[in-house]
Design a binder for this molecule. Sequence first.
Ligand SMILES: [Zn+2]
Length: 61
Amino acid sequence: MTTATLSGACPECETDLTVPPVVQGETLSCPECMLTLRVEDVSDGRLTLETVEVQLRDWGQ
Ligand SMILES: [Zn+2]
């Protein structure tokens, strides 16, 4: 049986995050500090997250 969610902590503000299943290399946003975090590792339902320096791009939306 697989867990429906994964948990981790924001390396920046240490907020506990619970997210839908993601895979290594995916990015998500911390709801607290709004930083973009990249999933470095997923182990036993626990995420290892690293902040990503986001370069502003024109996404057109
Ligand atoms: Zn944060």
